[in-house]
Unconditional design. Structure first.
Lengths: 322, 764
C-alpha cells in the first residue's frame, strides 16, 4: 500500500541573517530531505544547534524557509490547512498564568476553530486521560512541570490532529513524569497517530520511535530504523577483556584497528571495544593478542546502541580515543 | 472570527486576573465617590462680582462724579448710602494725596446696599434706563416678593443707576455645595455662566487631565506588557502553530488591550456624566462621546507600544519608547505653539489702511508698519513696547488731509477699551512718516473710524465722539498727569480734548455694543444691548435718534455690524446674520451661512456699494449682497488665510493674509491689482519650512484635547483670548476637531500596518 507521506522535505534550507545590518549569515539547515510515513513514530535526533527546532518551526510555519520544499499532510508546510491538522507540544511550553487547565483547553480549542461543545467533550476525555481530571479548575500557576507537559499534550490532542509534533516532550521531567509521558505516546502510537518527536534523550527515543533521523550541522547524517542505522548484521560491536599490554603493543593494535577504544581496567587488565567489528576483524584481534602473549578473559559480542551510532555520526573524530 | 474573538476574550480574562485592573477601577471609583457629593442649589443673582463689571475705571469714575455732583441723581443716591469714609475718599479723589478707591472697594460697597432699599428714590430712578426685568419688579406687589427677589431688584437698580458699567446677568444663579456644606458667595454664579464654566473649562479639563494624561499614562503602563508577553517563546510558538493569521493575531491582541482600557474609560466617563447630570443638573450627552475619543487617543499610543513590543519583545523597552513618542509629540506641539505665539502672532496684521499708494497696517503686538515696496519689507513706523500688552486701535487713513491715525493702548489683554491717557498718533508722508502727538482719545474707546470730510469718529463706553481733522494735533500742552481726576473728566465730560460727544443722552453705549458709519452720509448705526438705533445728525452738532428697534432674541448677545447706503447687516452670537432696512430698521432677510459660524468682523463697501465682506474665524471671507440678502458669487482669493480686511472708499479691497501679506482685490472685476509680500525673516522661514511641515506630518494626539472641547461644548469655535463682552471681534480659536482625528487615525493605521507586516514576515 502506498500511503501519502505525512511530512516530506526536500533540499530544505534555512539561513538566518544576523547582526546590525543583517549581513552575517548563519546556515541552520543545509539541504534537509526526509519523510515521515503515516502511523509511525519518527524521532529527530541531533546535538544542540543541529537545526532540529528550526526544522520543526519551518514545518509549522513559525519560521520561513530559505529554500527547498516542505509539506505536511500533502499541503505546504506552514499553511493554515496543514496547521489545522497538527497538534504541537513546544519545548518549554508556557501556559498563561491566568488559565486553569480547562480554560486553557477552551482557549486553544477555539484557536483550533473548535466549537464549545466539542471542546467541552474532548476536554473531559483528555483531562481524564492525562490524569488532570480532578485538578481541571485549578490555576496552572500551581502546576508542576509534569502536569504542565501533560496539559500541553492534552491541548495538542484536543482537535484530534493527524500529526503530533512533540518538541522535547520529556525535557525537565522526573523519572515518573517521563514514564507517564512515554506511556501516553505509546498509547497514541497504538491508536495509529503519526508522531514526530524531537528529543536528545536517546534511550527514550530508542524505546519509542520506529524510525530516526540524525541531524548535525544542519544536515541529515542518517535516516532509518535502528537496524538500518546499525548497517549489516555482521557489523556488530565486540568488547574483549585481556591482560594489560605494553604501550608499544597498544599502539600497534590501534594502528590496525581504527575503531578500537582501549580503556584500562583494575587488576592489570584492559577493555578493548571494536564497534563495528566483523568476524574477520575479531579473529584478527584475537590472533594479535595471543601473539602478544596476553590472556583473553572475556569476549562480549552485541549490537551498537543508538547512542553509539549517534556519536559515531555527529562526532566522528572522537573514535579511537582512549 | 472565532479564534480572534478568543484572543480578545483571553485578553479580558488576563486583565480581570490582574490586580492592576481592579486597582484602576478602585481608583476611578474613589474619584467618583469623592466627586459625587458636589452639587448646586438654585439662587437668584444678586451679588455683584468683579467679572460682572465691564470697566472698573468707569465704575469708580461714575461714583466719583456722582460724589461731587451738586444735582441729586440715582448714582448720587447710591453714593450717599455708602459708608462715610468711602464717600469722603470719592469726593476727595482729585487730591494728589487721596487714598485711591479700588474697584473692589466700590463693589463691596454696592453689595452692602443689596439687603435694604433705604437709598432708593423712585423719582430719581425714573430718569434711568431700566431693563424690562426691573420694570416688572418695580411694578410687582411688594408683598409677593421674597428676600431674594428684593435683593435682585436692588441689584438691577444699581445697574440702572450706573449705566455702561455692568455686563447683563440673568437672574438664575447657582451656588456650589459639597454634601450639606454650601460654598462661599464667591462660588455663586449665574446658571449660564456656571454651564459655560462647566462646559468650557471644568469638564474638558477634568477629562483631558484625568483621561488624556493620567489615564492614558496608566493605560500604557498596564498594557505595555500584553504584546511582549504574547511574543515570548513557549507561548508564542504554540499560538503560531494554530491555524490563525499572524496579522489578525496581532490585531486581536491590540483590540484586546484597547478593550481593557475601554472598560475603564467607560466607567469614568459614565460616572462623571451621571454625577454632572444628577448632582449639577446639567445633562451634557456629548460628554459620552469622550469614551470613543479617549479610546482612540489610547489607540494612538498603544499602536506605538504594540509595534515596539512586537519588535523588541520587552515591556520596559516598549513603554520607554512609547513615552518617548509621547514626549516627541508634546515637543512638536509645543514648538509649533511657540512659533505661532512668538513668530506668527506678532507679525499678524490686525488692520490695514491705504493712504494713496501707501499701505499701512497695525500688527497684533501693536506695531504700526508701512510697506516699503523698494525693499519688499514692512517698515516699522511706531514700535510697541515689548511685554506691555500693547494693542493698536486703527490705523485709519484720512486721505484729504493725507494722514494716518493710530492709537497704541496699553490696557492689556483683559481690557477691550482704551485707557484714559491714550493719545492719537498722526503720521503723514509729508513729515516722512514721523509720528506726531495727537489729541487724547476718549477713555474707554473701542474703535475709531474715518467719516466724511476726514472726520474722525470714536466710540466706546463713553459714547460716540467726533473730531475734525484740523483739531487732531495736540495743542502742545503737557499731557495730563494721568491721575484719577483727569480720567474722571475724560470719562464724563462732553468735551474731551478735541473730541466732542455726539450721541444723545438716551443712547448710552452699554455692552455688548457696536457702531457703524453709513457710507455717503453722516448717519451712524448703533447696536447696544439688544437695541438697534440709527442716529442722524440733528440741527446742532448733536445727533438724534432716527429710528430705534429692539431686536428679537437675548439682549446680551455680542454683535458685528456694518452699514451700506440702504441696509444694515448685523451678525449676533445666537441670532445669525440679518439684514435690516436702514431707514425703517425692519428686518429684510437672513443671510444663509450655516457652516461658517459667526463672523468676527463685517466690512461694508465704503463707496456706497451694496456688498459687505464677512470675515470668519476660519479665516475665510464671504461677500453678501445686502439688496438680495444672498452671498455674492465672487471668489475672494487666499481663503483660509485671511486675517483682516479693509475696504476703503474708491479703491480695491485690502486683504491681509498669510499673516502679513496684503492683496489688493477688486470684487466687481475679480481682479488682483497688487500683491505685497514681504521678504521673510529667518524665524519665519524656520516656521514655514521646518516647524509647520513637521507639525503637519506628526500625529497630534495632544491636540485631541481640542476635539474633546469641541465635543463637550458642541461648537467648533472657542474664545482664544480673554473674554470680551463687547462685540464679536474677540480672538477666536477655531477648534481643530477633525485634523487631529485624521492625523492620529492615519498614524495608528500606519503603525498597525507596520506591525502586521513585521509579524507576518518575521521568524519567531
Amino acid at each position: 500500500m502506498n500511503l501519502p507521506l505525512v511530512i516530506e522535505t526536500e533540499d530544505l534550507h534555512k539561513t538566518y541573517r544576523e547582526g546590525l545590518l543583517r549581513k552575517r549569515r548563519q546556515h541552520a539547515l543545509r539541504g534537509v530531505s526526509l519523510d515521515v510515513r503515516p502511523g509511525e513514530v519518527f524521532g529527530l535526533l541531533g546535538p544542540n544547534g543541529a537545526g532540529k527546532t528550526t526544522l520543526i518551526k519551518i514545518l509549522l510555519g513559525i519560521v520561513h524557509k530559505s529554500g527547498g520544499r516542505a509539506s505536511l499532510l500533502g499541503h505546504p508546510a506552514g499553511s493554515q490547512i496543514s496547521r489545522g491538522r497538527v497538534g504541537y507540544l513546544p519545548e518549554n511550553l508556557r501556559i498563561a498564568r491566568h488559565h486553569t487547565a480547562r480554560t486553557a483547553l477552551k482557549f486553544y480549542g477555539r484557536l483550533s476553530r473548535m466549537n464549545s461543545r466539542a471542546i467541552a467533550q474532548r476536554s473531559d476525555e483528555l483531562l481524564e486521560w492525562v490524569g488532570l481530571a480532578n485538578r481541571d479548575r485549578e490555576s496552572v500557576k500551581g502546576f508542576s512541570k509534569g502536569m504542565g507537559q501533560r496539559l500541553g499534550l492534552a491541548q495538542a490532542l484536543l482537535h484530534d490532529p493527524d500529526l503530533l509534533i512533540l518538541d522535547e516532550p520529556t525535557d525537565g521531567l522526573d523519572p515518573v513524569g517521563r514514564s507517564q509521558v512515554r506511556q501516553i505516546i505509546q498509547q497514541l502510537k497504538q491508536q495509529g497517530k503519526t508522531i514526530f518527536l524531537n528529543s536528545h534523550i536517546l534511550q527514550e527515543v530508542e524505546m519509542i520511535c520506529d524510525r530516526f533521523a540524525i541531524l548535525a550541522h544542519g544536515e541529515v547524517k542518517a535516516v532509518g530504523t535502528i537496524d538500518e542505522l546499525r548497517g549489516t548484521g555482521d557489523d556488530v560491536a565486540a568488547v574483549l577483556t585481556t591482560d594489560r599490554l605494553p604501550e608499544a603493543t597498544i599502539e600497534q593494535i590501534k594502528g590496525h584497528f581504527e575503531q578500537a577504544i582501549i580503556d584500562p581496567l583494575p587488576h592489570e587488565r584492559l577493555r578493548i571495544q571494536l564497534d563495528p567489528c566483523s568476524s574477520a576483524q575479531l579473529d584478527a584481534m584475537i590472533d594479535r593478542l595471543r601473539e602478544a602473549g596476553a590472556s583473553i578473559h572475556q569476549i562480549d559480542r552485541g549490537k551498537s546502541s543508538l547512542e553509539q551510532i549517534f556519536l559515531s555520526l555527529v562526532q566522528p573524530n572522537t573514535k579511537g580515543a582512549t | 472570527m472565532r479564534p480572534y474573538l478568543a484572543v480578545i476574550t483571553d485578553s479580558f480574562r488576563e486583565a480581570l486576573a490582574s490586580r492592576v485592573l481592579w486597582l484602576v477601577v478602585l481608583g476611578i471609583g474613589l474619584f467618583l465617590a469623592v466627586l459625587s457629593p458636589l452639587g448646586v442649589r438654585n439662587e437668584v443673582t444678586t451679588q455683584i462680582k468683579r467679572f460682572d463689571v465691564t470697566s472698573g475705571q468707569r465704575l469708580v469714575s461714575l461714583l466719583q462724579a456722582a460724589a461731587i455732583m451738586p444735582r441729586r441723581t440715582a448714582a448720587k443716591a447710591i453714593v450717599e448710602a455708602f459708608p462715610d469714609d468711602l464717600q469722603k475718599r470719592l469726593r476727595e479723589s482729585e487730591r494728589p494725596d487721596a487714598q485711591k478707591v479700588r474697584t473692589q472697594d466700590a463693589i463691596d460697597a454696592l453689595n452692602a446696599l443689596l439687603d435694604n432699599d433705604d437709598w432708593y428714590d423712585a423719582s430719581l430712578w425714573a430718569e434711568t434706563t431700566r431693563l424690562r426685568e426691573l420694570r416688572e419688579l418695580d411694578e410687582a406687589d411688594e408683598s409677593t416678593l421674597t428676600d431674594d427677589t428684593r435683593r435682585r431688584r436692588n441689584r438691577l437698580r444699581l445697574e440702572a443707576a450706573l449705566p455702561g458699567v455692568f455686563h447683563p446677568r440673568s437672574g438664575d444663579s447657582v451656588r456650589l455645595k459639597y454634601a450639606i456644606f454650601d460654598f462661599p458667595d464667591a462660588f455663586v454664579v449665574t446658571r449660564a455662566t456656571f454651564n459655560e464654566i462647566l462646559n468650557r473649562v471644568a469638564l474638558p479639563l477634568i477629562v483631558n487631565l484625568l483621561l488624556g494624561v493620567l489615564g492614558v499614562f496608566i493605560a500604557i503602563l498596564v498594557t505595555g506588557s500584553i504584546i511582549p508577553e504574547v511574543f515570548q517563546p513557549g507561548s508564542l510558538q504554540l499560538l503560531l502553530s494554530k491555524p490563525i493569521s499572524r496579522s489578525f493575531l496581532f490585531l486581536a491582541k491590540f483590540v484586546g488591550g484597547c478593550s481593557f482600557v475601554t472598560l475603564n474609560i467607560t466607567f469614568m466617563v459614565v460616572g462623571l456624566w451621571l454625577i454632572v447630570g444628577f448632582r449639577l443638573h446639567h445633562w451634557n450627552h456629548n460628554l459620552l462621546l469622550c469614551i470613543p475619543l479617549f479610546v482612540f487617543l489610547f489607540m494612538v499610543y498603544y499602536s506605538v507600544s504594540a509595534v515596539t513590543g512586537l519588535i523588541w519583545r520587552n515591556a520596559i523597552v516598549s513603554i520607554a519608547l512609547t513615552v518617548l513618542f509621547w514626549i516627541a509629540c508634546f515637543l512638536v506641539n509645543v514648538t509649533n505653539g511657540m512659533f505661532d505665539e512668538f513668530v506668527a502672532a506678532p507679525a499678524t496684521l490686525t488692520q490695514v489702511a491705504r493712504l494713496n499708494d501707501d499701505i499701512v497696517a497695525a500688527t497684533r503686538n501693536g506695531d504700526l508698519q508701512r510697506f516699503d515696496r523698494s525693499k519688499s519689507e514692512w517698515q516699522v513706523l511706531l514700535e510697541a513696547e515689548f511685554g506691555r500688552g500693547t494693542r493698536a486701535i486703527g490705523p485709519v487713513a484720512l486721505p484729504e488731509s493725507n494722514q494716518v491715525l493710530v492709537v497704541q493702548t496699553r490696557g492689556g489683554p483683559f481690557n477691550p477699551f482704551s485707557g484714559s491717557n491714550d493719545r492719537l498718533m498722526i503720521l503723514t508722508p509729508d513729515e516722512d512718516w514721523k509720528p506726531i502727538d495727537g489729541i487724547l482719545l476718549p477713555a474707554g474707546t473701542r474703535d475709531i473710524f474715518a467719516g466724511q470730510d476726514d472726520t474722525l469718529y470714536a466710540y466706546g463706553t463713553r459714547g460716540i465722539a467726533r473730531a475734525t481733522s484740523d483739531k487732531l494735533e495736540a495743542d502742545g500742552k503737557p499731557a495730563p498727569s494721568g491721575g484719577v481726576f483727569s480720567g474722571l473728566m475724560s470719562m464724563l465730560g462732553k468735551q474731551v480734548d478735541g473730541f466732542e460727544i455726539i450721541n444723545p443722552d438716551s443712547v448710552g453705549l452699554d455692552t455688548p455694543m457696536n457702531v457703524g458709519l453709513v457710507p455717503g452720509s453722516k448717519s451712524i448705526v448703533v447696536y447696544t444691548r439688544g437695541r438697534l438705533i440709527r442716529l442722524d445728525p440733528g440741527d446742532s452738532n448733536a445727533y438724534v435718534v432716527g429710528t430705534e428697534v429692539t431686536l428679537e432674541g437675548e439682549s446680551n448677545q455680542r454683535a458685528a455690524l456694518a452699514a451700506t447706503s440702504n441696509h444694515v447687516l448685523i451678525a449676533r452670537e445666537d441670532s445669525g446674520i440679518e439684514i435690516y432696512d436702514l431707514q425703517s430698521l425692519e428686518k429684510q432677510s437672513s443671510v444663509p451661512v450655516s457652516d461658517s459660524g459667526k463672523p468676527t468682523d463685517l466690512i461694508a463697501q465704503a463707496d456706497g456699494g451694496t456688498l459687505v465682506a464677512m470675515l470668519f474665524a476660519d479665516r475665510n471671507v464671504l461677500l453678501v449682497d445686502t439688496t438680495t440678502g444672498k452671498l455674492a458669487d465672487v471668489e475672494v482669493p487666499h481663503q483660509g488665510s485671511i486675517v483682516s480686511v479693509a475696504w476703503p472708499d474708491g479703491g480695491p479691497m485690502l486683504i491681509a493674509h498669510d499673516l502679513n501679506h496684503v492683496t489688493l482685490f477688486d470684487p466687481s472685476s475679480e481682479v488682483v491689482s497688487d500683491v505685497l509680500i514681504p521678504t521673510p525673516g529667518v524665524w519665519r522661514l524656520v516656521r514655514d519650512w521646518f516647524v509647520k511641515p513637521l507639525h503637519f506630518i506628526f500625529p497630534k494626539p495632544g491636540e485631541l484635547g481640542e476635539t474633546v472641547q469641541g465635543l463637550v461644548i458642541g461648537d467648533s469655535e472657542i474664545e482664544a483670548g480673554p473674554p470680551s463682552g463687547v462685540d464679536l471681534a474677540y480672538d477666536r480659536q477655531l477648534l481643530a476637531i477633525w485634523p487631529p482625528l485624521i492625523s492620529c487615525g492615519v498614524f495608528t493605521l500606519l503603525m498597525l500596518a507596520v506591525g502586521c507586516y513585521y509579524v507576518s514576515r518575521q521568524d519567531f
